[in-house]
Ligand binder design. Structure first.
Ligand SMILES: *[C@@H]1O[C@H](CO)[C@@H](O)[C@H](O)[C@H]1NC(C)=O
Ligand SMILES: *[C@@H]1O[C@H](CO)[C@@H](O)[C@H](O)[C@H]1NC(C)=O
Ligand SMILES: *[C@@H]1O[C@H](CO)[C@@H](O)[C@H](O)[C@H]1NC(C)=O
Ligand SMILES: *[C@@H]1O[C@H](CO)[C@@H](O)[C@H](O)[C@H]1NC(C)=O
Length: 540
């Protein structure tokens, strides 16, 4: 019996390792940039002065592109707003804008044909950077499109659209993709594109990549449409994201998104400690290299080998490795073993450990709800303490974790969350609570949420549950589940000191509940969350 198991494990390990060796891979890079800012972004300046300003950022890009190329990078992503900065008005950003021709209509290499379109210095610099370093280059800039308000009723009165624009250059410098950010985040300088665009570009080394920008990641269009409707499994993601614990620090959500959607995401964030912006990485569903550093005010280049996930290029190998798992379907342990195989190949190590210990497993969801009669039976019954606390502007319903081990349930409207836990330190040392929230989030954006969250409270009183903390000493083995009304559930686990983690297992159990489980973490637990988005209720 034991022998058989050993042999089977060994065989599957060999299969996995050799399958991974067969799997095509490429080298990706993201650069977290400390943007040289215009100190008075609200004041209009000349084109010459705007170019002078942008060149300071582009010079840093040039150095980093060369460094990335030296490390073999085939694709490099720069952050959102990293060339011009932020906080412009519609008028003051004018000298920064360039017309970006539609690459599906015009084939243009700005480095080789600089005179073809006027006032395109930024495009020329980026194109030459891609060409010189022989890599695909993704950058974000301020784009302009002239329109005619007599024929286009969405055309702004000043006769031009101003778009927050991503541009992609192939390794010879040709402009191959242009994406205009759909979900603006209070950006007075920019217009929302009149039509939603799903933008995908193809590379010879890794197949297709989709593009999204910053806040887009929380919305169906374009993000989920790229993944589910177009079957894109690799995303480039320029962002300027302000961290917000306990649920939405930049790398925390990048990690969750990549895991849940079963995609690779190349995320480049701005570094601006004073604005709470930091956190970039290269994430595959089972592995990541990332950085989250709020102290140093220097840029940061991340380079990593990444297996190709484009289904067209991996069709043959993915059958044997389980790489073809579906977005939002959850992952079984087998797939988690990919990480060991990657480490065996000498690739950079991920931040988690996979040896699972005894796994709790409720065969049926027999947990009782507060106020239900079943809860009142049995020894040791205590009246559940239910309280409310604000977490990231939302009014969560919570229950505290009591004892060293237990089962608890909390509901908010029609969402019920259930937790089994076993903790490593006595309950008096650190307060944890299980919270549920269902409803429309309305502060800093409007979007409908259903969230089950196990959080470490920042103090010993209930009001501190939901506050921001990065540290925890208590290790917790757990299984968390909820009856979500959607399958867009993003499982996230954050350990002490911003240690990123993924579940041992996640998915839908036989009762239709979405769950995740994790045991044997080596760091204290800061947050374990099933964060879900109900896109269909955003406009209710
Ligand atoms: C931009 O504006 C926000 C508030 O609207 C402010 O908190 C922030 O400091 C400003 N950033 C810069 C770089 O001016
Ligand atoms: C949170 O919701 C509870 C229950 O609906 C309510 O009693 C409480 O006042 C709310 N708290 C805040 C800060 O709105
Ligand atoms: C928690 O619930 C599971 C499933 O019902 C049960 O097997 C386990 O004994 C419970 N644990 C505690 C500590 O109540
Ligand atoms: C979740 O479970 C609770 C309690 O059984 C129930 O009232 C609620 O309708 C369920 N919600 C969904 C979306 O099924």
């Amino acid at each position: 019996m034991t022998w058989l198991r050993v042999i089977i494990l060994w065989l599957s390990f060999i299969t996995l390792t050799s399958a991974l060796a067969e799997l095509p891979s490429y080298v990706a890079a993201v650069y977290e940039h400390v943007v040289v800012l215009n100190p008075n972004p609200g004041v209009a300046i000349s084109r010459f002065a705007a170019l002078e300003h942008m060149l300071k950022n582009l010079e840093v890009f040039e150095e980093q592109a060369a460094l990335a190329a030296q490390q073999g990078a085939q694709i490099l992503v720069f952050p959102e707003d990293a060339i011009q900065g932020f906080n412009f008005t519609r008028a003051s950003i004018a000298p920064y804008l360039e017309q970006v021709p539609d690459p599906t209509v015009v084939t243009w290499n700005p480095c080789s044909e600089p005179a073809r379109f006027s006032d395109t210095e930024v495009l020329q610099h980026l194109s030459c950077m891609a060409q010189k370093n022989n890599l695909y280059l993704v950058a974000n800039m301020a784009g302009l499109q002239v329109c005619d308000s007599t024929t286009d009723d969405r055309c702004p009165p000043d006769g031009r659209y101003q778009f927050n624009t991503d541009v992609v250059f192939s390794s010879d410098g040709t402009l191959v993709a242009r994406y205009r950010k759909q979900n603006l985040y209070f950006e007075a300088a920019f217009d929302t594109p009149p039509q939603m665009e799903l933008v995908v570009f193809s590379t010879p080394f890794a197949g297709r990549f989709g593009i999204l920008t910053c806040f887009d990641i929380l919305f169906r269009e374009p993000t989920i449409a790229l993944v589910e409707d177009l079957g894109v499994r690799q995303l480039v993601y320029p962002t300027a994201w302000m961290n917000q614990l306990p649920l939405l620090a930049a790398v925390q959500f990048q990690r969750s998104f990549s895991y849940a959607a079963a995609v690779t995401i190349l995320a480049a964030n701005v570094r601006a400690a004073s604005l709470g912006m930091t956190g970039s990485g290269i994430f595959t569903p089972w592995h990541e290299v990332h950085q989250h550093d709020v102290v140093e005010e220097t840029g940061w280049l991340l380079v990593s080998h990444v297996p190709v996930l484009d289904p067209v290029m991996t069709a043959r190998v993915s059958r044997s490795t389980g790489l073809a798992w579906l977005p939002f379907s959850g992952h079984r342990k087998r797939e988690a073993r990919m990480d060991e195989a990657i480490e065996a190949q000498g690739r950079p190590k991920g931040g988690w450990h996979l040896e699972a210990q005894s796994k709790p497993r409720s065969t049926e969801s027999q947990y009782c709800l507060p106020a239900s009669d079943e809860c009142n039976v049995g020894p040791g019954y205590e009246e559940p303490i239910v309280f409310h606390s604000i977490m990231m502007y939302d009014n969560f319903t919570l229950v505290p974790l009591q004892g060293m081990e237990g089962n608890l349930t909390v509901c908010d409207d029609s969402l019920c969350c259930h937790l089994w836990f076993r903790r490593s330190t006595a309950p008096g040392t650190e307060l944890y609570a299980l919270g549920a929230f269902q409803g429309l989030h309305v502060v800093h954006g409007t979007y409908y949420l259903e969230v089950c969250a196990l959080v470490k409270c920042t103090g010993s009183n209930f009001a501190s549950c939901g506050g921001e903390t990065e540290q925890a000493q208590t290790r917790i083995d757990f299984r968390l589940e909820g009856n979500f009304s959607t399958h867009y559930v993003f499982p996230g686990i954050l350990g002490s000191g911003m240690a990123l983690d993924i579940p041992d297992e996640s998915g839908r159990d036989s009762d239709g509940l979405l769950y995740m489980s994790r045991s044997g973490m080596t760091t204290g637990l800061v947050t374990a969350t099933l964060y879900s988005r109900v896109y269909s209720k955003d406009h209710t």
